[in-house]
Ligand binder design. Sequence first.
Ligand SMILES: [Zn+2]
Ligand SMILES: [Zn+2]
Length: 377
Amino acid sequence: MTNKQDYYELLGIGRDAEKAEIKKAYRKLAIKFHPDRNPDDPSAAEKFREATEAYEILKDPQQRAKYDQFGHAAFDQTAGFGGAGGFGPGFDMNDALESFLNNFGGFGDIFGGGGGGGGGRIPNRGHDLQVKVSLTLEEAATGVKKKIKLRKQVACKDCDGSGAAKGSRPQSCTECNGLGRVRQVRRSLLGQMVTEGICPRCQGRGSVISDPCGGCHGTGTVRGEETVEVRIPQGVTTGNYMEIAGHGDVGERTGPTGDLRVLMQVAEHDLFERHGDDLIIDLPVSPVDMMLGVKAEVPTLDGRVALKIPAGTQSHKIFRLRGKGMPRLNRGGHGDQLVRVIAWTPQDLSDDEKRRLDELRDVLAVRTPAPDRHLFD
Ligand SMILES: [Zn+2]
Ligand SMILES: [Zn+2]
């Protein structure tokens, strides 16, 4: 027993690891090395067994304390510590498979959720749905209530969702005694293997129907509609989503209802460009106003505000209007609005205007800097 690897090292965790961390580490290893996933690799099975043994000790505070103090010797029965309930040297593959089942409710569950045909923890749970909701930037800024119409599976009215024809009832499945899951024990090189899976007779429902409802062909659900009202908070952006429990497809034969995910899509705005919580707007200003300074008016999401543009402002200079941007989602406060001043050149000058500007050109003797001199601010 002395050559055994340290339990903490084996699970790849620190000696101060919390319960949840231990479980997570074990779960990862157990999935990777489970014998059913590695049928031809005895070393994987041994790793599975070791990891399970380590987990069984470390998850129990008393056993863990003993292990921390005495190491593996604490569980070596010849050393006299091995009390009732402790795992002696005989923690074998069967123990490991059993405790794996007890900890995670079975092989089917841990690998479920799409891959394994059963699809998810509960076989007759309704599907989760996803729906997109389109918002204007203004709606995203103020928050808004939206009514969303869903096409989804709803309970069949003829049978109230049971799937059984009027006057009949679903019967408990005799194959699994209504549990929906069956266990198989088989012998292999490594000893006895216990696996658990979805009952083939009732597909995990736990009940069977001898006289199916005509309206839903025994599934208990039919295509229908539901309108949900969603309150969208202020500050959302494209890609944000809300999860609304219990508004997905209704489960077959009164199984649990799936969830609804509402995905936000915020439209582009004609004036404002959004960068996170900041908004950017381009403000055209005449070159004369930029030279002499001017008080401009700038549109914001809540009305126009005055902006003082000082004399000698260069084109593309950015002014910051603090707190005039988008509200910050779930954090309070607002981003800023950035105003980019753009020199706007008139293209329909009259002959008189041209003549007077020409005079100014001589008077001002303006020298523009060469592009290779960093004179712009
Ligand atoms: Zn069954
Ligand atoms: Zn029906």
